[in-house]
Write a protein that binds this ligand. Structure first.
Ligand code: FES
Ligand SMILES: [Fe+2]
Length: 388
């Protein structure tokens, strides 16, 4: 049962000149969070975390994904897997907090024990005192339930339904587009220096508003006067990639430079396009930025229908730029992005407040400046329509 009617969804799917945006109930109703988890996020690939959040082999980290208890394991070989965070016995939440786990993970309730590949290895006293096995209990059938996952750009993506296309197939229109800039193995060059990464911003808005705001450069002169002083609204172009990504590009990006040092650029980046940068939402919840000399990813973690945690990680290109010699340049680059993303908080929260008005129910789009936002609305509407 969809939250919205077919007529409401058809209005979103109209051509941009006639279209309205997604209605208020997709933004201001608590039910929308679980609905979107099950019908917008579950069928596709969504980002759950950065792999750098699991800092060593033999490590576990619980993550609540839109109300769903999940846990990420990094086993002793360094492999990352995602499981439902629930014990096979009586359904106890298995992992309460992130921690190093040298070998085995023990449920805090009755001590059933799992290895870091999710296999059930011990069931103490299951057959009575000091009887640890029974004929009726086949441990191999009661391991943790795995969630399909894939690592890309240091992010852990999950496909909860298990039947989305292979990740590489899904991402191909984007990776092919960006191969022109980063070369065939370009993403392997990305590094995560510790002082260049963590930036979490809590915003009081629905996650979709963060995407919509990221999709357009229309607001640059008004919200980002600093950024707009060199990468202006008119330097941007719209990007719509099939039915899965959208955003904007700039032809006036200025390479990071502080105190005479520059961050290294992708070796294959075309020289005549050094000032091109692209800002694309990898639907549903990753905001990507690609510049010649660094990249960033922001995972949107919806925590309520009107609350989102924005989690930013910045990447350098190659080892050299991770060194102390480039620390000042990294700090300045991080600070520049911090300023831009903080400037956006005012508008995404203002749009959330506007969604409580009966005088508004989705609004209209500029047919020239809002194409990428409309593309995203159409994508969400198509997911809703499948639930009718
Ligand atoms: S619920 Fe985990 S051991 Fe009983
Ligand atoms: Fe912005």
């Amino acid at each position: 049962m969809s939250l919205l009617t077919q007529a409401e969804l058809d209005a979103v799917k109209n051509d941009i000149e006639q279209a309205t945006g997604m209605p208020n109930s997709a933004y201001n109703s608590p039910e929308s969070l679980a609905f979107e988890r099950d019908h917008v996020f579950t069928p596709t690939w969504a980002a759950l975390a950065f792999t750098s959040e699991l800092p060593q082999d033999g490590y576990v980290k619980p993550v609540d994904f839109m109300g769903l208890p999940l846990v990420i394991f990094r086993n002793q070989s360094g492999d990352i897997q995602v499981f439902h965070n629930v014990c096979s016995h009586r359904g106890m939440r298995l992992v309460q907090e992130e921690k190093a786990v040298p070998t085995m993970l023990v449920c805090p309730y009755h001590s059933w024990t799992y290895n870091l590949d999710g296999e059930l290895k011990a069931t103490p006293h299951i057959g009575g005192v000091n009887i640890h096995q029974t004929d009726s209990m086949d441990c191999s059938k009661h391991g943790l339930k795995a969630v399909r996952s894939h690592i890309w750009m240091d992010m852990v993506f999950i496909n909860l339904s298990g039947d989305a296309p292979e990740f590489n197939t899904y991402a191909k229109p984007l990776t092919q587009r960006w191969e022109e800039f980063v070369g065939p193995d370009g993403f392997d060059l990305l590094r995560v220096p510790e002082d260049f990464s963590a930036l979490d911003i809590e915003v009081k808005c629905n996650w979709k508003l963060a995407v919509e705001n990221y999709s357009e450069s229309y607001h640059l002169p008004y919200i980002h006067p600093g950024l707009n002083s060199y990468s202006k609204m008119e330097d941007h172009y719209n990007i719509m990639v099939e039915d899965r990504f959208s955003g904007q590009g700039s032809v006036a990006y200025t390479l990071s430079e502080t105190a005479g040092t520059q961050l290294d650029s992708f070796p294959d980046w075309p020289l005549e396009k050094l000032s091109t940068a692209e800002y694309i939402t990898f639907y549903p919840n990753v905001l990507l930025g690609l510049q010649a000399d660094h990249a960033f990813a922001m995972i949107l973690e919806p925590t309520a229908h009107d609350r989102t945690t924005e989690r930013l990680q910045i990447y350098t290109v190659g080892e050299e730029s991770t060194q102390e010699s480039h620390a000042q340049c990294r700090a300045a680059t991080l600070e520049a992005w911090r300023e831009v993303f903080n400037e956006d908080v005012f508008v995404v929260e203002g749009m959330q407040q506007g969604r409580n008005s009966p005088a508004y129910n989705g609004g209209v789009f500029s047919p020239v400046m809002d194409n990428a936002s409309h593309h995203f609305h159409q994508w969400v509407a198509a997911k809703y329509a499948l639930a009718i």
